[in-house]
Design a protein around this ligand. Structure first.
Ligand SMILES: NC(=O)c1ccc[n+]([C@@H]2O[C@H](COP(=O)([O-])OP(=O)(O)OC[C@H]3O[C@@H](n4cnc5c(N)ncnc54)[C@H](OP(=O)(O)O)[C@@H]3O)[C@@H](O)[C@H]2O)c1
Length: 318
């Protein structure tokens, strides 16, 4: 059994707990918060056995094998490093850290310490993504793809009211690219690899973060992918992948549940990818399998690194 603690007390930690409840080898026992009352209230509300507000004490506990980190992006690095140094396995929310250099350092540290480090990029562990990839050969030579994640955040109203909020705070590695855009980048890297060239534009909002952005990525062989992401506007548009023999459309880049393939010969097929409504289950399962088997994280880390490298190229192209 992998005995785990949570770091962060926002909604996403509740979703993690819901997902972890269906993974039999994971037992989440402890809630950490910087504030003792919040830690206790969170533990009581979610049914966790204990709570703690001293991170050093949590990481020193022999009763905790691993941590799930869902703090603001800018806090991940220090907490991941501390946990690894204490010999704990780490499942950390996306993006694992803001830069590829920092991820390389942490991956090396995890390897030296003999612990698992995994980024919780939920769309990449969703079997729907692999199902999508399996449909692509029918499209012939791929030429265009268009991936989007645009969802207006209620926290944007706070920004407009002059408040500083983590998810829109550049000092906390907030902003649309690192929050929602990173799902489109990870999907692009998973489906097509790393692009040769990247051009990008973004919309700055008060406080200095990007509120929305767009990317054009070109691949050798003649594939152009556009990415669109926003936390200040909303879109219900589908994602699309075009090949010389047909077009695939699918909903929700963070949770692909279905796809339609329309071939130019008139054939249309609909595909449903069954799965739990909370697709964090898949990343928790992957984490548990890796811990249980002392498994190889090379492919997971390669994808995280490729995603972070593309994010950095987008940032420098803006
Ligand atoms: N997979 C998904 O679908 C999904 C969805 C949403 C978010 N996320 C990811 O989850 C992470 C958290 O995002 P969020 O929007 O929930 O963040 P948030 O609300 O700003 O903060 C999350 C938690 O971190 C703690 N915290 C707040 N400020 C902190 C600081 N300055 N230093 C250290 N800890 C701090 C707070 O817990 P205490 O005050 O109790 O310590 C808070 O509950 C991000 O990495 C985000 O990308 C993933």
């Amino acid at each position: 059994m992998i005995r785990m603690a949570t770091i962060g007390t926002s909604t996403i930690t509740r979703s993690f707990l819901d997902a972890a409840a269906s993974v039999p080898t994971v037992d989440v026992t402890t809630a950490y918060s910087r504030d003792p009352e919040r830690a206790a209230a969170f533990a009581a509300d979610t049914g966790l056995a204990s709570s703690v507000s001293d991170l050093d004490a949590l990481l020193a506990s022999p009763e905790v094998d691993g941590v799930y980190i869902a703090s603001p992006n800018g806090a991940h690095g220090d907490q991941v490093r501390q946990a690894i140094d204490a010999g704990k396995h780490v499942l950390v929310e996306k993006p694992a850290v803001p830069t590829s250099a920092e991820f390389v350092e942490l991956a090396d540290a995890a390897s030296s310490a003999g612990v698992i480090l995994l980024e919780a990029m939920r769309n990449c562990y969703d079997p729907g993504m692999a199902d999508l990839a399996g449909l692509l050969p029918a499209l012939g030579t791929l030429r265009r793809a268009s991936l989007a994640y645009c969802q207006r955040s209620a926290r944007y109203d706070k920004v407009l009211a002059g408040e500083r909020v983590n998810i829109f705070d550049p000092a906390m590695a907030g902003g649309a690219l690192l929050d929602l855009g990173v799902y489109t980048v990870a999907a692009m890297v998973t489906l097509f690899g790393e692009p040769e060239r990247v051009v990008a534009a973004s919309i700055p909002i008060p406080g200095g973060a990007d509120g929305a952005g767009a990317v054009l990525a070109t691949f050798d062989g003649g594939l152009v992918v556009d990415l669109s992401y926003s936390k200040i506007t909303a879109s219900g548009r589908v994602n699309e992948i075009q090949g010389e023999l047909g077009t695939l459309t699918f909903e929700h880049v963070a949770q692909p549940t279905s796809a339609r393939v329309a071939l130019l010969d008139g054939t249309v097929s609909d595909h449903t990818f069954d799965g739990p409504s909370n697709n964090m289950v898949h990343e928790v399962r992957r984490f548990a399998d890796l811990v249980d088997t002392s498994g190889d994280t090379a492919s997971d880390h390669a994808r995280t690194l490729a995603t972070l490298r593309v994010v950095e190229r987008i940032q420098s192209a803006i």
